[in-house]
Design a protein around this ligand. Structure first.
Ligand SMILES: Nc1ncnc2c1ncn2[C@@H]1O[C@H](COP(=O)(O)OP(=O)(O)O)[C@@H](O)[C@H]1O
Ligand SMILES: [Mg+2]
Length: 275
């Protein structure tokens, strides 16, 4: 049976073959197959050469940030990012490779993973959190909502720690990265993370300012320790010293406040369109 470590090994060392381009992607985001011995896994391969330059992030660093985001998720025990590795030798040069999330039962991936949605005003599903009221197509009144779900809570805290500037609904997926896994909720597209400046932009504001439960606080303690040790050493190869220091500060702040993040001012806190 294929486990997480095998998956990481196939992604890191397997022969990469590009199968196609993801159509709704803003960068050169490719669907690829990684093959090692007789094991094949589907993955997303984003060559650095295909990165669209951004005014607020240094060039050719987005793929490194995606790997750093995975390392943080893994060290905290959150498993909110599909296994992601750095490749020096991809078919279009260096870049990141990330395990593909397959929807449960195959078929099309539902953007938002069934946990984030835009619904007609007044039709908020029971127990879901309202984020913002807006006007949708044709000026129809709508509400952006998300489920009150433990995996999304972890993702929200994860985003605040990595300073994710792009948690759209479409970057929340529900599915499997290994055939024998239970379906789980994953976040993807973590290229615009770890800025030195506050840039948290997300659809997951449903718990803003609420107290963090003890489990998430324990996870943050674990993360804080990891940043002082092996995780810090790994991130030092992927981020600048200041970006790493800022990450430590954001973890410390979450622990000090013991609360979900609140939107800051001076930076748009909601991605719009939300998907
Ligand atoms: N690991 C993945 N598994 C399954 N689908 C993915 C994965 N990564 C991305 N996708 C899908 O491909 C789309 C484009 O990928 P994304 O990482 O958002 O690229 P870009 O950086 O170009 O916006 C995502 O919105 C999502 O639907
Ligand atoms: Mg995207």
């Amino acid at each position: 049976m294929l486990g997480r470590d095998d998956l990481l090994e196939v992604l890191a060392r397997g022969a990469l073959t590009v199968e196609g381009r993801l159509v709704d992607a803003s960068n050169a985001t490719l669907l690829a197959m990684a093959a090692l011995d007789d094991v094949e896994v589907m993955c997303v391969y984003k060559p650095t050469a295909g990165e669209r330059p951004l005014w607020d992030f240094p060039d050719a660093t987005l793929g490194l940030r995606e790997v750093a985001a995975f390392e943080v998720s893994a060290a905290a025990g959150w498993d909110v990012v599909p296994p992601t590795v750095w490749r020096d030798d991809g078919p279009f040069g260096q870049g990141m490779a990330q395990a593909w999330v397959t929807p449960p039962g195959g078929g099309e991936m539902e953007p938002g993973g069934g946990l984030v949605d835009v619904v007609p005003r007044g039709a908020v599903p029971a127990g879901w959190r309202e984020v913002v009221e807006a006007h949708g197509e044709g000026g129809k009144p709508v509400t952006l909502v998300h489920a009150d779900d433990p995996a999304l809570r972890r993702m929200c805290v994860f985003d605040s720690v990595v300073n994710n500037a792009d948690r759209k609904g479409g970057h929340v997926l529900h599915g499997l990265v290994l055939p024998d896994d239970e379906p789980a909720t994953y976040g993807v597209d973590h290229g615009v993370t770890f800025s030195e400046d506050e840039k948290l932009r997300t659809v997951l504001w449903g718990w803003a300012g609420e107290r963090l439960d003890d489990e998430l606080l324990d996870d943050l303690e674990r993360l804080s320790g990891a940043l002082e040790g092996a995780l810090g050493d790994t991130l030092a190869l992927l981020l600048t010293r200041r970006e790493l220091a800022r990450t430590q500060q954001r973890v410390a702040r979450r622990l000090r406040e013991a609360a979900f993040p609140l939107p800051g001012d001076g930076w748009p806190s909601l991605p719009w369109p939300a998907f």
